[in-house]
Each structure stands twice: as structure tokens, then as C-alpha cells.
Design a protein around this ligand. Structure first.
Ligand SMILES: [Mg+2]
Length: 235
């Protein structure tokens, strides 16, 4: 067996997600303030988070569909402010579109493009995300052979669904894939459990929380080719 495929988590693996999320929340708020006055004025960041959690409790399956979750929250916010359902649905769609446009304007880690370009010459590359980022809307899109969102499967990592889909799509066995991600549970535990090799992207210098460790650990994508080579040489 040789390594044929590298799959990547996206948020906090290929880019910092926080700045894009903050801009996205802002864009959503601006749209609501202008087009659905009275909807969001009384909510600060914390209050909005509490509102979101209350929706979550009533729609627990939306934990695997962050887009549906946001639509429902936006819908309920407007209806609570007195907007009719149809208008609230339309508003939810449009406010979400504003959110998503900014959500997709992520800034790849400086070294990401060069590393991905190099790896793409030797391996098939795939993206597996629990969020709603679209790798094909970034400059790295051209290097990716496939990309899956948890919401397409109704199951988030560490569930095996997306990992299995990667194996089926690339037509390879689990031990021909290395999965790279920042989340010890979603990425490392999930990929290990289906039999893939793993690289923990630990850019923040976190302590390993326990459980089976990744095969390799890096704090910068520049070290990824060496980490992959180290795994491949053991096979
Ligand atoms: Mg991540």
C-alpha cells in the first residue's frame, strides 16, 4: 500500500476561520438592519448566541447542517419581530446569502497554496468539512479533486460518513489516505477510527487532549510534506 490521497479539514487547518466568521456575522446583521428593521437590534453577540442555542435544542439534527441551522435562526428572529412567515423565509435566504459570501472570503494560510500545489502533483486532494466553507470558492480550489460538506451527509466528523465517501470517490483503501485536521476528535479520532493515517495540524500549540494520537503533528503547513513522507516511509 502507498499513500495516494490527502484529505483536509478546512477551517483552522487551511485558514483561520474566525476573521471570516466575524465579517460574515457583520454582513448578515447589516442586511437585517436595513431590510428587516426590528429583528436584530436588541441582540448583542451573546444574546444572539443564546437565541441560536435555543433553536438548536428544538432542532438537534441541525448540528450536522450549519446552513439549515442558520436559516432557521434567521427565520425565527424575524418572526419573533413580527414579520410574516413568507417574508421571514425570504429574509432568511437573503441574510444567509450575505453571510455566506463573506464566510467564503477566507484567507488561506500564507504557505497553503504552495504546499497544496506541490502535493497535488503527487496525490489526489480532498476536502472534508463540518462547516459550510466551499474550497472551490478559494484560490486553492484548483488543487482539489473532491470536497464534501457534513450537511450533504447529515453527519459530521468524527462520524465515518465523509471519510468513507472520500475512500469511495478516490477508489482507495483507508490506509492509502492521510487526513490532515486541527480537531483532535473530529479529524484525528474520526479518521483513525476508519483506518486512515492522520496528521494533527496544531497551529496554536495546544496540548494533546488524550486518546489515540495522530501519526504526525505539525504546527505549520510547510512541515506537511515531511510529515507525509515520514508516514509513507513507514509503510
Ligand atoms: Mg477545523
Amino acid at each position: 500500500m502507498t499513500i495516494k490521497v490527502i484529505t483536509f479539514d478546512l477551517d483552522n487547518t487551511l485558514w483561520d476561520v474566525e476573521p471570516a466568521l466575524l465579517r460574515a456575522e457583520d454582513a448578515q446583521r447589516v442586511w437585517l438592519l436595513e431590510h428587516r428593521p426590528g429583528t436584530i437590534e436588541q441582540y448583542d453577540h451573546q444574546a444572539l448566541w443564546e437565541f441560536k442555542k435555543s433553536v438548536w435544542k428544538r432542532f438537534p439534527h441541525f448540528v450536522h447542517n450549519v446552513s439549515a441551522m442558520r436559516h432557521q435562526m434567521l427565520l425565527e428572529l424575524q418572526m419573533a419581530a413580527g414579520y410574516e412567515e413568507e417574508k421571514a423565509h425570504e429574509g432568511a435566504k437573503r441574510a444567509f446569502a450575505e453571510f455566506l459570501a463573506e464566510r467564503h472570503r477566507v484567507e488561506l494560510y500564507e504557505e497553503a497554496l504552495g504546499v497544496l500545489e506541490t502535493l497535488a502533483k503527487q496525490y489526489s486532494l480532498g476536502a472534508l468539512t463540518n462547516g459550510n466553507a466551499d474550497i472551490y470558492k478559494t484560490d486553492a480550489g484548483e488543487y482539489f479533486d473532491f470536497a464534501f460538506l457534513a450537511e450533504e451527509f447529515g453527519a459530521s466528523k468524527p462520524a465515518p460518513d465523509m471519510f468513507h465517501a472520500a475512500m469511495a470517490t478516490a477508489n482507495v483503501a483507508a490506509d492509502e489516505i492521510i487526513h490532515v485536521g486541527d480537531n483532535p476528535e473530529h479529524d484525528i479520532q474520526g479518521a483513525r477510527e476508519v483506518g486512515m493515517f492522520t496528521v494533527w495540524m496544531n497551529s496554536q500549540g495546544e496540548q494533546w487532549p488524550g486518546g489515540g494520537r495522530a501519526d504526525q503533528e505539525i504546527d505549520n503547513l510547510l512541515d506537511l510534506p515531511d510529515a507525509i513522507a515520514a508516514i509513507a516511509s513507514r509503510q
